[in-house]
Ligand binder design. Structure first.
Ligand code: CA
Length: 520
């Protein structure tokens, strides 16, 4: 009898130890559901307002804003799929985690947010899009898409089976990918997780990434609607990113992701549009309507499945103690500046939607405008789990921001860098700084030997926007003498940030040379 008590006591102490060492003294650490979609623009979430709010609302995602916080300035440090995901897992910028472009592998041996949560007592899982090529590490359970994955009857690679890198391998599931991803995640929550531990679930939807294929049940959604157009849809030669006379021949190449180009694309999996006899403006308009309807139908299924997850939490008394996040790996152009895709440092791709609900610690219907970055996600979630930010992470916990107590020394500017020079969508490599009001971008135009970057060099140039006066970045004011002092200050700030994040350019002599000539 005594022996039994002793064993139970010792076992009890052993179980309690990790909690004591975190200094929390309770077993109520929050569960975390990190829902992330692929290429979901803020403009396509009704909680953020915008022109699509009425025509294509997202009521389930909006619940997180109504019951939690809507963050308005969460910015992506390298606005493209694989690199952003590596930043999120590592809490580090691309040049530190090694994933500069879509082609780089994320090192499975590197420490990451999931590994840290796992060894600090969380049960961990990732379901859906992983897109970091090598086997996911730090997860008690995973079931992920090979590469981009397929919208219909997708393949999934499940933990326990032999892993094959990248796009290969997997077992077929019947159904629509967005539904199947949520099914698998819900099955893990209901039946597979270790219920003695708090959980960390990354639920990553492939949708609404192109090429856009919607669920059969949504084929008539928006059928008879006119999708409101952005102001800058037809202004491709008048201003903004497309009006850079000094780059000469690169202009037409930078137009490669225009709606007009899209109009003639054979790659519409839901049926090609007939543009016979139409003017260029009519073609642009038609391609825009087609793109947005396909895209918003994909979003519709994402929203419905967010609803299923929230219902599960409600029905199982888990809503109170679970942090629920909805975000996207970066933004997306929905016809603004006549673009689709992302990659640019412009507002539409730079901004990540970020809605977070945690009834115990975040006020309902709250909003925040502080500048946060995707490298902050890992430190913030670790903070909620009672784990200090490792010194190798570069982000900062925004838990105090979410609690309405933004520290006085919170960042006033952010550093951005895109590396995949002139790849499929022909965006020149660039870096820049954004403050609450201004944005300065240096397009250095060099491939710098990065995998997936094209060797073609582009004449360097600068862009500068006053976001207070020109929120849509319609007019590059870099040459406007009125802003000379502001621009000089921003250049100093850019240098300071590059030092802070250890991304100075000495390793690239060709870039140092370009800066000598163009960093006037
Ligand atoms: Ca993406």
């Amino acid at each position: 009898m005594n022996l039994k008590i002793n064993i139970l006591t010792i076992a009890g102490l052993f179980l309690a130890l990790p909690l004591i060492s975190w200094g929390k003294g309770d077993n109520k650490r929050p569960n975390i559901i990190f829902m992330m979609s692929d290429d979901h623009a803020m403009n396509a979430i009704s909680a953020y307002g915008g022109r699509l709010k009425k025509v294509a609302p997202t009521p389930h995602i909006d619940r997180l804003a109504n019951e939690g916080m809507k963050m308005n300035n969460v910015l992506c440090t390298n606005a493209i799929c694989t690199p952003s995901r590596a930043v999120i897992m590592s809490g580090q910028y691309s040049h530190m985690n090694g994933v500069f472009t879509l082609v780089d592998d994320y090192n499975p041996d590197a420490d990451n947010m999931a590994k840290i949560l796992q060894r600090n007592g969380y049960t961990t899982a990732i379901v859906g899009k992983w897109h970091l090529h090598k086997e996911p590490k730090g997860f008690d359970y995973y079931n992920v898409l090979p590469g981009q994955g397929k919208y219909h009857n997708p393949l999934f690679k499940e933990k326990g089976e032999v892993w094959i890198d990248s796009k290969k391998g997997g077992k077929r599931y019947s159904g629509y990918c967005t539904d199947v991803t949520a099914d698998i995640a819900l099955e893990w929550l209901k039946e597979k997780r270790d219920k003695s531990k708090p959980f960390f679930l990354m639920l990553h939807q492939k949708a609404p990434h192109g090429l856009w294929e919607y669920a059969d049940r949504h084929k008539d959604y928006l059928k008879d609607e006119f999708i409101p157009e952005p102001e800058s849809l037809y202004n491709d030669k008048q201003h903004g990113p497309l009006h850079q006379a000094k780059h000469g021949s690169s202009i037409s190449r930078r137009n490669s992701n225009s709606m007009l180009k899209r109009a003639s694309s054979p790659k519409w999996p839901t049926g090609k549009i007939d543009t016979t006899g139409l003017s260029n403006q009519q073609k642009t308009s038609l391609a825009y309507q087609k793109y947005l309807k396909d895209y918003l139908r994909c979003v519709k299924a994402v929203d419905e499945n967010v609803g299923r997850v929230l219902d599960y939490l409600d029905d199982n008394d888990l809503a109170e103690n679970t942090i629920v996040i909805y975000t996207s790996d970066q933004g997306q152009f929905l016809g603004e500046h006549d673009y689709y895709d992302k990659r640019w440092m412009y507002e539409e791709s730079l901004h990540m939607p970020f809605l977070i609900r945690y009834p115990k610690g975040i006020k309902a219907k709250s909003t925040n405008d502080d500048i946060c970055i995707n490298a902050d996600f890992a430190p913030s979630l670790l903070d909620y789990a009672g784990v200090a930010t490792p010194n190798w992470m570069q982000g900062q916990s925004f838990k105090p921001v979410l609690e309405g107590n933004t520290p006085a020394n919170w960042r006033k500017s952010m550093y951005y860098r895109y590396w995949m020079h002139m790849s499929s969508h022909l965006n020149p490599a660039h870096y820049g700084v954004r403050t609450d009001r201004y944005k300065l971008i240096f397009f250095h135009g060099l491939p710098l030997g990065k995998k997936g970057a094209k060797k073609q060099e582009i004449k360097p140039y600068w862009e500068f926007y006053d976001l207070k006066k020109d929120q849509q970045e319609m007019k590059n004011q870099y040459e406007n003498p009125k802003y000379a002092d502001v621009i000089a200050d921003l250049k100093e700030e850019l240098i300071r940030l590059k030092k802070q994040y250890k991304d100075t350019d000495e390793a690239y002599p060709e870039l140092v040379k370009v800066k000598e000539q163009y960093w006037k």
